[in-house]
Design a protein around this ligand. Structure first.
Ligand code: G6P
Length: 613
């Protein structure tokens, strides 16, 4: 949940500036406090405080640090409030060992008690602080820094990614990964970087290594060595070349990453349409031969799974059971069947509950895991039998946008492939579904080009209503839920995405004159019944805002405001409406946040990647 960045170089460059820029690119991982340490002439120089990076930088000039080695951290508090003392780096008693950490040391209380009884003085309430003291303890017993790090980390239980430096080691950073993402970037012979995520060092290098669990990397200027944590043996690793552009990790003229990423959707969808068919076929074949199929995810990915499940089941002829990843083990522990197949969706591939769900399933039954993620080499991929990478490009905004639409598109591609393999519909219809999928980039592009004014007006109209609903039926319940989630995350409004039919069983009691209800209404098989639901809410004084296709007449006429989606009203386009209708609701949340003076890229209490249970 925190962001880690490290640099060690032999070049004449400002490590403070690069480290500061690095954590700014990782700020989406947490932003309640931050800190930087550099090493120079046998001393550590530390600057840290609570608050946002920019504000702390204004106060402390975070980039003004000497030396050729620096570590930087942006925090999302777990153990210990977001205060200056709890921010990272954390140091040992001697002030020579500094560490930055992402994750949780689960057994820190017993380790801390033991260290205190050995005379160690703890300054913070963090779990992190046990690590520098453990290293210090081991060094006092005569171990080298390297051996002390191995010794200390073998005692730590939990999930973590850490980077460690020592005042007397001017050209070494030790990086350790256990279930929390860590990547190493390298400019051969010059500079080596580590970070929680690739975009952090993307402006400097595209050559990187992905650490595996229980691995240590020792970073030196322009070189890196990998070792196994348990055996302490060397590991040979191949570098990968990432072809993301630097631009993709910057705001590129947009006010916020979220807005930029909403606008990047047409391109992201085009790239996703080009995913090799062979990979989709493998996915489809595995689904076809499975006995039971589950789909699991968290947050926005979970909503993508609801839409995807709808599309795939239509053609698969088998029920797909969706399950929130955090519930997977609890609910299936007595009934997970052999020969099941689990589709795991996660844009980051690092959500701990999703990883735990698939890992548990693999340990307890003969299951296969199909993963859809946006991050090559992410943790989830390690437990997977087949992986498809959604070609969204790096997503920095905490609120998932383009990763959502590309996830749904990927699942739709699998669905159509299954339809073809099973011969459940004529070839001409398969072609029409394919055409509809191919049209998604253009539909989204046209919508985004022509409707900003309308969306901003609606936001102004809604401004006084703190609560309202997004309602729909069928596949569009996924859209309603995802729209509601975006509003909660970004605009801090309690907006519920709900089934329009089910809303009669309770939620309708909230409706008063002028209470806004947004209906998501593509003209699919649920449309006629949705007309009835619109009428029920209208009759009670509700203000009806409808998301309809451009040529819609009936629900459009019943509505106070309509948001027109530029797509045909055939069944092929209806099926892909979760992709083409959601940008309107993403924009609604974005502008609602701005209207309230909130920063859409830094929603309160949220982190983009949730690596704690
Ligand atoms: C967090 C993020 C959400 C995201 C969810 C699942 O809650 O704030 O935007 O949808 O995690 O993340 P994943 O990486 O597994 O898709």
């Amino acid at each position: 949940m925190c962001g880690i960045f490290g640099i060690v170089t032999n070049q004449n460059i400002s490590v403070g500036k690069i480290a500061l820029d690095g954590i700014k690119r990782l700020e989406y991982r947490g932003y309640d406090s931050c800190g930087i340490v550099s090493q120079h002439k046998g001393k550590l120089y530390i600057k840290k405080d609570s608050g946002k990076i920019d504000d702390i930088h204004k106060k402390m000039k975070l980039d003004d640090l000497p030396g050729k080695l620096a570590l930087a951290h942006t925090r999302w508090a777990t153990h210990g409030a977001p205060t200056k003392i709890n921010s990272h780096p954390q140091i040992d008693c001697s002030g020579k060992i500094a560490i930055i950490h992402n994750g949780i040391i689960e057994n820190f209380i017993e380790l801390k008690e033991h260290l205190i009884s050995n005379g160690h003085d703890f300054k913070s309430e963090t779990d992190t602080e046990v690590i520098p003291h453990l290293i210090e303890d081991a060094m006092k017993e005569g171990l080298s820094l390297r051996s002390a790090i191995f010794n200390a980390l073998k005692k730590c239980k939990g999930a973590y990614g850490v980077a460690i430096c020592h005042a007397d080691h001017p050209d070494e950073i030790f990086v350790v990964r256990k279930e929390s993402p860590l990547v190493v970037g390298i400019e051969e012979g010059k500079t080596t970087y580590c970070a929680s995520d690739i975009p952090a060092f993307l402006p400097y290098t595209q050559k990187c290594y992905i650490l595996d669990d229980d691995e240590i990397a020792i970073l030196r200027p322009g070189e890196v060595e990998f070792l196994e944590l348990n055996s302490e043996k060397k590991v040979k690793k191949n570098a990968i070349h990432v072809d993301w552009s630097i631009d993709a990790a910057e705001k590129g003229g947009y006010e916020h990453f979220m807005l930029k990423e909403i606008y990047e959707q047409p391109e992201a969808l085009k790239r996703t349409l080009a995913i090799p068919q062979a990979s989709i076929e493998i996915f489809a074949d595995m689904l076809l031969s499975a006995k039971n199929v589950y789909i699991t995810a968290a947050g926005t990915s979970y909503h993508a799974s609801l839409a995807g499940k709808f599309i795939i089941s239509k053609f698969l002829g088998k029920y797909i059971q969706e399950m929130e990843c955090s519930e997977f083990q609890t609910q299936l522990k007595d009934c997970l069947e052999q020969d099941s197949l689990i589709i795991a969706l996660s844009q980051s591939g690092e959500t701990v509950d999703t990883i735990e769900a698939v890992r548990w399933a693999k340990e307890n039954a003969n299951v296969k895991i199909l993963t859809i993620t946006n991050v090559v080499g992410s943790s989830l991929t390690r437990y997977s039998d087949h992986v498809i990478v959604t070609q969204a490009g790096p997503e920095i905004g905490v609120a998932a946008t383009k990763t959502y639409t590309t996830q749904v598109l990927t699942l739709a591609l699998v669905g159509i492939t299954i339809a073809r393999k099973r011969n459940v519909i004529p070839a001409s219809e398969i072609e029409c579904y394919h055409e509809a999928l191919k049209n998604t980039p253009e539909i989204v592009k046209n919508f985004l080009a022509n409707n900003i004014h309308l969306i901003r007006n609606i936001v102004k109209n809604l401004e006084k209503s703190l609560n309202f609903f997004f309602l729909s039926r069928g596949i569009s319940i996924a859209t309603a839920k995802e729209g509601g989630l975006k509003m909660k995350e970004i605009a801090c409004r309690f907006i519920e995405g709900y089934s329009a039919a089910h809303a009669k069983h309770g939620p309708i009691s909230l409706v008063r004159k002028g209470f806004p209800i947004i209906f998501i209404a593509p003209p699919d098989e649920t449309y006629q019944r949705l007309i009835g639901n619109v009428a029920e809410f209208k009759a009670r004084g509700g203000k009806i805002i409808s998301l309809v296709i451009q040529s819609d007449k009936i629900i459009a006429d019943m509505s106070n405001i309509t948001i027109p989606i530029p797509q045909p009203g055939d069944k092929y386009h209806n099926l892909i409406s979760p992709i083409t209708f959601i940008p309107a609701l993403q924009l609604l949340a974005y502008y609602a946040a701005l209207e309230q003076g909130l920063d859409p890229d830094k929603p309160q209490n949220l982190a983009k990647t949730v690596t704690v249970h």
